[in-house]
Design a protein around this ligand. Structure first.
Ligand code: HEM
Length: 153
């Protein structure tokens, strides 16, 4: 019981870091950077901030997967799991695939454009990342709803 509660604690900590971090980037950091900084300052700043955040998300994903699967298999496997856990797992995998695309396809494009001071290429690359982060933020909120409200339905 204590083990299960500890796994749930770590699971929620990691999920909160990921979803809360996306909300902070989307609603606070990026709009402030747009309002206060010109492209030659804003684009390197956002690239650095996103790089640090993405390292944290990579670690959070490992924790979410390990703790989530440990809870599932500690309670009899997927066959015994509530539909809300199946939905959480499926949407969680979709979120991870979207993150993988951001981190290993879209973000390197942004890094290359910023490294060569090509602001006209960097701006759309950053905008593409903003859209994908917004998609994952929406999915993350849906997963929270499914995990908490869905489990009693
Ligand atoms: C992708 C693999 C994932 C697996 C295998 C998984 C599995 C689980 C399991 C087994 C529980 C415990 C359910 C219970 O005790 O009733 C749980 C709880 C929870 N998970 Fe996940 N999860 C995953 C991803 C995620 C993601 C991506 C998020 C958020 C974005 C998330 C948010 C939550 C929340 C909020 C709870 C608490 C539900 C509650 O106790 O009321 N999970 N998860």
């Amino acid at each position: 019981m204590t083990l299960y509660a500890s796994l749930l604690f770590l699971h929620l900590l990691a999920a909160t870091f990921w979803v809360g971090g996306m909300a902070c980037m989307h609603f606070a950091v990026r709009p402030s950077a747009v309002a206060r900084l010109d492209p030659p300052q804003r684009l390197p700043f956002m690239t650095a901030a996103l790089g640090r955040f993405f390292d944290g998300v990579t670690a959070a994903i490992v924790v979410i997967l390990v703790t989530g699967l440990a809870m599932v298999f500690g309670r009899g496997g997927f066959g015994a799991a509530h539909w809300s856990v199946h939905a959480m797992f499926t949407l969680g995998l979709v979120m991870m695939a979207v993150f993988g695309h951001i981190r290993w396809a879209a973000y390197p494009r942004l890094q290359r454009a910023v490294a060569s001071s090509e602001w006209k290429a960097a701006a759309p690359a950053l905008d593409g990342i903003r859209r994908l982060v917004a998609v994952n933020l929406g999915l993350g909120v849906a997963v929270y709803g499914i995990a908490t409200i869905g489990r009693v339905l």
